[in-house]
Design a protein around this ligand. Structure first.
Ligand code: ASP
Ligand code: MG
Length: 400
């Protein structure tokens, strides 16, 4: 008999009617012969509402108490789902992180799961119960309630699946993972499967389907993660280790765009590696993430250096880099940037992906301001007004 860990997100348990619907789906799965452990998020916007309430008390709530407050959202939904299942005549039990020993380390609000005791879950499962776990929460070394960061229930679910050596299914309000966001490209194809690394790249590029740490955990322990629509038979997407040598695999799996970055150019900076590296060191010391970098050829020992950072970090970054230029005319800020990326593990073994992409962009008169690549991704900075044109051209040609 297989054990399956199902996670239902906030929108799937947003109302009591939706909770009853999930209860029916869970019972159906139990009847089919599987042991079921369910991880739930808080109902709808509960977590945001709780943060709002805390902010009515103070604009700087104590971190320990904020975690204590936020964890109540998942306790509520887990108890309600257990009630709904019992009302259908099936045995169920809800557990908080404390009761099943989800041990965490690190800071409040962004704790990491260290280990899960799991004995209570196993015992209840062996008694035939459907187990419901409050996601997003843990207990630290001092016994305080912690939370895992926004969207963290995905990570709770994968961690429990690892511990129970079970299957992991994430149910949400989208019916799977698409090569391109269907809101940006109407002909987007849904993927049957996607590799962990590809999914991680796409999430870091702004495809916000899942909590990234859940994918890292799945990859580390080789647990396939199914992502699909709640209470539906429509086939979703499996995130797993995909063999990049597979002849059928496409070189490019997905495309993502983001308008959240800004490019900074410092003109006439000394062309020596010490200056450049100490500039990047000071930016990194503030944990500002530099993504793309480009530099012009030296003229009289000087170069123009450009790099992109998240827009939200612009002011802080400008403060830090002051020592590296002497007057305002030496610095240019370009906010008209769309980061346009294609991702695919097939790129490891297929050549010509970059040249094909640049050909498509140039045929469509789309100028490229900056480029960066990794083994499985190519990113260009383009103008925001060219974004839709670029998506259409590249998605169509790569059949995304
Ligand atoms: N309820 C939490 C949040 O809204 C955790 C989760 O949904 O996974 O971020
Ligand atoms: Mg989520």
């Amino acid at each position: 008999m297989a054990i399956v860990v199902q996670k239902y997100g906030g929108s799937s348990v947003g109302t009591t009617d939706k909770i009853k619907k999930v209860a029916e789906t869970v019972v159906k799965r139990k009847k089919s012969g599987d042991d079921v452990v369910v991880v739930v998020s808080a109902m709808g916007d509960t977590t945001d509402d709780l943060i709002g309430i805390a902010n009515e008390i103070t604009n700087n709530p104590d971190k320990r108490e904020l975690d204590a407050l936020l964890s109540t959202g998942e306790m509520m939904s887990s108890a309600l789902l257990a009630m709904a299942i019992k009302a259908l005549g099936y045995d169920a039990i809800s557990y908080t992180a404390y009761q099943i020993g989800i041990k965490t380390t690190g800071q409040h609000g962004k704790s990491l799961i260290d280990d899960i005791d799991g004995e209570n879950i196993k015992k209840s499962v062996s008694e035939g119960k459907i187990v419901i776990v409050a996601g997003f929460q843990g207990i630290n070394e001092e016994g305080h309630i912690t939370t895992l960061g926004r969207g963290g229930s995905d990570t709770s679910a994968v961690a429990i699946a690892v511990k129970l050596d079970g299957m992991c299914e994430i149910y949400t309000d989208v019916d799977g993972i698409y090569g391109v966001d269907p809101r940006k490209y109407k002909d987007a194809h849904k993927l049957d499967e996607i590799d962990y690394e590809e999914m991680l790249e796409l999430s870091s590029l702004g495809a916000q389907v899942m909590h990234s740490r859940s994918i890292e955990l799945g990859q580390k322990y080789n647990i396939p993660i199914y992502v699909g629509l709640s209470n539906s038979d429509i086939r979703g997407t499996v995130i797993k280790g995909v063999n990049s040598m597979n002849m059928e695999s496409k070189p490019v799996t997905g495309l993502a765009t983001s308008d959240e970055d800004v490019a900074i150019t410092i003109k006439d900076i000394e062309n020596d590696i010490n200056t450049v590296s100490s500039l990047f060191e000071s930016v990194a010391s503030k944990r500002i993430n530099i993504d793309m970098i480009s530099q012009t050829a030296p003229v009289n020992g000087k170069v123009n250096l450009s790099f992109t950072i998240p827009k939200v970090d612009l002011n802080e970054c400008l403060d830090i880099i002051k020592p590296f230029y002497s007057n305002k005319g030496q610095i240019a800020i370009d906010e008209d940037i769309t980061k346009f990326s294609v991702v695919g593990i097939g790129m490891k073994t297929t050549s010509g992906v970059a040249s094909k992409m640049f050909k498509l962009l140039s045929e469509n008169n789309i100028g490229v301001k900056m480029i960066t690549t990794s083994e499985i991704r190519i990113t260009c900075a383009i103008r925001q007004e060219d974004k839709i044109k670029a998506i259409n051209a590249v998605a169509k040609d790569f059949n995304l």
